[in-house]
Design a protein around this ligand. Structure first.
Ligand code: CMC
Length: 428
């Protein structure tokens, strides 16, 4: 017999079906509750609400587990490359060698952007935040590529997915080049995805630029770590925007806008600013005191997570990657790294953080790593967006291809004024 959950409201009981996934908690399907009982459920921030069914990413926050399509993140980051992860997220399986080379070829052939797009950039102020430029230019892709904006056509959906994954590094590198007043660098199709991105960011027309393979591998791994994270705020934003039938470019632009916030993608920028504000190891106890003081409203940026109540599995790989990059670049004494390591040590042994299950998240070490690679702080969230685009696209595709999906339309608990009559302006 299938399991049900019984909800009692006053003298009435309602049986709601329960559903189990492959892993993770079962869900109570309350879709018919309003129709039967005339009540809504209330769950601000979706603390207990599954907003959709998905086969893409699985997280067990208590155990510190993250898997894409069943594969542990540690194995993907160790053995695969970012485009392999992209294929896996988009199509559900790891590619064969032939599928991989075909996919790499197709992505590579979509890396250039419409030449008119280059001129679109010059409408922005040079000092515009690159995330503002990203929101604008990715949204504008719908104007440049209207031939892949029909979401009802599977071929157009595939082309739009390919274009987004392939062009996002080009657009991100252009946003960077524009902000520093350097000419745009065209993609080079003989480079792999991440080396090509580094080349577009750091090459200049007047001299040769050789991509450091260790740095390229480290950034590729960072992209793998950030590629998807199930129904986080920006992904839910993409799904909600897409649920109305909006074109994929507009949906991904909406995701980028959401990612910009300091509680989400902006956290690595905030974590680095915090480490710089602390400055030296001896200032840590004073800072930790401020974090614990509720009246102060200071948070330890790069710590805590809505889902992980254990060490973020991405943070472990990120910490290792950070050390590898600093070693490769010959950075021996980075004061920010000293502060980060000591802060981590103190926080992991302090009752305040233990009690609240606050562990370092992926952003704690990513800021130091990206800074060492030469990226300015304003580019950190842009890099996150480059990596997460494939996750957004995979989740958007999954939703569009699910025949049962509906427009997202949450309900509310209204606590505003009850009906009252309009008073003419002279009588108020
Ligand atoms: N520093 C100090 N205290 C914290 C922190 C923190 N970073 N995070 C949570 N707390 C405390 C919070 O004050 C509260 O304490 P109390 O119970 O005494 O009131 C308790 O822990 C629970 O906090 P919450 O705000 O209810 O937890 P949440 O699940 O809503 O917040 C979070 C998750 C990520 C927004 C939060 O931990 C945070 O603001 N962290 C810093 C920002 C950050 O690093 N964000 C990146 C997230 S990872 C990247 C990504 O996946 O996008």
């Amino acid at each position: 017999m299938s399991k049900t959950a019984t909800i009692t409201i006053g003298n009435n009981t309602y049986d709601m079906p329960m559903r189990g996934g492959t892993e993770g908690p079962e869900v109570v399907d309350i879709a018919k509750l309003y129709g039967q009982a005339n009540v809504f459920t209330y769950d601000p921030g979706f603390m207990s609400t599954a907003s959709c069914e998905s086969k893409i990413t699985y997280i067990d926050g208590d155990a510190g587990i993250l898997r894409y399509r069943g594969y542990p993140i540690e194995q993907l980051a160790e053995h695969g490359d970012f485009l392999e992860t992209c294929y896996l997220l988009l199509y559900g399986e790891l590619p064969t060698a032939a599928q991989k080379s075909d996919f790499d070829y197709r992505v590579t052939r979509h890396t250039m952007v419409h030449e008119q797009m280059s001129r679109f950039f010059s409408g922005f102020r040079r000092d515009a935040h690159p995330m503002a430029v990203m929101v604008g230019t990715v949204g504008a892709m719908a104007a440049f590529y209207p031939d892949s904006a029909d979401i009802t056509d599977p071929h157009q959906r595939m082309i739009a997915s390919m274009r987004l994954v392939a062009k996002i590094p080009t657009i991100a590198a252009m946003a960077y080049k524009y902000s520093i007043g350097q000419p745009f660098v065209f993609p080079k199709n003989d480079l792999d995805y991440t080396s090509n991105f580094l080349h577009m960011c750091y090459a200049v027309p007047c001299e040769d630029y050789k991509v450091n393979p260790i740095i390229a591998r480290a950034l590729d791994r960072i992209f793998i770590l950030h590629a998807d994270h199930e129904q986080n705020a920006s992904t839910s934003t993409v799904r909600l925007a897409g649920s109305s039938g909006a074109n994929p470019f507009a949906c991904i632009a909406a995701g980028i806008a959401c990612l910009w916030g300091p509680a989400h993608g902006g956290a690595n920028e905030a974590a680095l600013a915090m480490l710089a504000e602390i400055g030296t190891v001896d200032k840590i106890p004073e800072f930790v005191q401020r974090v614990k003081d509720k009246k102060d409203h200071t948070r330890l940026m790069g710590f805590g997570h809505r889902v992980y109540k254990n060490y973020d599995p991405r943070a472990k790989i990120m910490q290792k990657t950070c050390h590898e990059v600093l070693r490769e670049l010959g950075i021996k004494d980075d004061p920010l790294l000293d502060v980060a390591m000591e802060l981590e040590r103190i926080a992991l042994s302090d009752e305040y953080f233990i009690e609240r299950k606050l562990y370092p998240n992926v952003d704690f070490y990513s800021g130091i790593t990206l800074k060492a690679m030469g990226f300015p702080v304003s580019m950190f969230t842009v890099l996150f967006a480059v990596a997460r685009t494939v996750g957004w696209v995979a989740q958007w595709k999954e939703m569009i291809e699910d025949p049962s999906s509906k427009i997202g339309r949450p309900r509310q608990l209204y606590t505003g004024a009850a009906k009252r009559d309009y008073t003419p302006i002279g009588k108020r």
